[in-house]
Design a protein around this ligand. Structure first.
Ligand SMILES: [Zn+2]
Length: 332
């Protein structure tokens, strides 16, 4: 494929999720000109999904009255594992039946535009850095805190991927030796303690050991129905057991963040999803515990902030991938 047109004003983004596809046309400032969504229907197989993406791209360009010549290229945000050099996707858990799919090659041949593929966590990190809460900094760490804990690292104004495109897996730092089992096969990972399902699991254990918690009332009387949201709601009503779970979550998060801060000395750590929804409960305790985990000069430099893009992060993640690919080296 030819080199991207680095002077082109407009960017095309493909967000490939397990349930929906989104194709977005935007400018370099992240202003969206047109967006199209369709169900993924991954069971149709990767070739059919790529054909849908190509159709949606043509439709989006037509709506935005743009020709391919006005586009710098295509950024793709997709579940990993994948290889960003070859653009091959290896069996993402949310896309059953996709194994060694040459996504970049297929899309380039369908659209005659240069295509850049990035895993969704790294793409979201690029989006928060380009358009969201990390805008303007040179060194940033991004974390999602939802059903899993993923992340991405921006160092010196570039995404840091490592040789296997797996750098930034902040959710699998060991926080508690021999702690709860994690989906990755290890024990005591940050994800096994502070993801949404992990917070709910700790809360259920506590509610069973300490009957009478408001968490159980809010879960309709059944401790098995407690979710992370129930915990946060009960904590806002001053339920002591829920307060303890929130405090424990902040402590575990601070241990993880402390490791990141002491190693990488970032300016900003941007945290999405649960931290955004429960910042009233979590942000100050995390910052307070983080002070104990870091050296004073480093603590004085880093800002821990909630993600800024909300639900727009998916669309802008794909746009940020192509933006970074065509941006001159070292510019922010
Ligand atoms: Zn793990």
């Amino acid at each position: 494929m030819s080199q991207p047109d680095r002077n082109a004003t407009y960017l095309l983004g493909h967000d490939i999720g397990g349930t929906k596809l989104a194709v977005t046309v935007a400018d370099r400032d992240g202003k969206i000109l047109h967006k199209i969504r369709r169900p993924t229907e991954a069971e149709r197989g990767p070739r059919a999904v790529v054909a849908s993406l190509a159709d949606m791209s043509r439709e989006a360009m037509a709506h935005a009255t743009l020709s391919p010549a006005e586009l710098a290229g295509v950024g793709v945000s997709c579940g990993g594992p994948l290889d960003t050099e070859t653009g091959v996707v290896y069996a993402p858990p949310n896309l059953p039946g996709w194994d060694e799919v040459p996504l970049k090659a297929w899309l380039e041949s369908a659209l005659s535009l240069p295509v850049y593929v990035e895993n969704d966590a790294n793409a979201s990190a690029l989006a928060e850095w380009s358009f969201g809460a990390g805008r303007g900094c040179r060194h940033m760490v991004y974390m999602t805190m939802s059903t899993g804990i993923g992340g991405g690292i921006i160092l010196d104004g570039r995404l840091f991927r490592g040789p296997n495109d797996t750098a930034g897996e902040v959710g699998h730092m060991t926080i508690v030796e021999n702690g709860p089992a994690c989906g990755c096969g290890k024990r005591g990972c940050l994800e096994a303690l502070c993801s949404g399902p992990s917070i709910a699991r700790r809360a259920r254990e506590k509610a069973r050991a300490r009957p009478g918690s408001r968490m159980v009332d809010l879960a309709g009387g059944d401790p098995a129905c407690i979710t992370a949201e129930t915990v946060m709601d009960a904590a806002r009503q001053d339920d002591p057991a829920a307060r303890e779970i929130v405090d424990e979550t902040a402590r575990y998060m601070a241990v993880g963040l402390g490791n990141i801060v002491n190693i990488l000395n970032p300016e900003v750590i941007v945290i999405g999803t649960i931290l955004v929804k429960a910042q009233d409960l979590l942000l100050e305790p995390i910052r307070a515990y983080l002070r104990r985990e870091t050296w004073p000069r480093v603590y004085g430099t880093v800002r821990v902030v909630p993600a800024g893009l909300g639900d727009a992060v998916g669309d802008l993640a794909a746009i940020a991938v192509i933006r970074q690919a065509v941006q001159p080296e070292g510019s922010i």
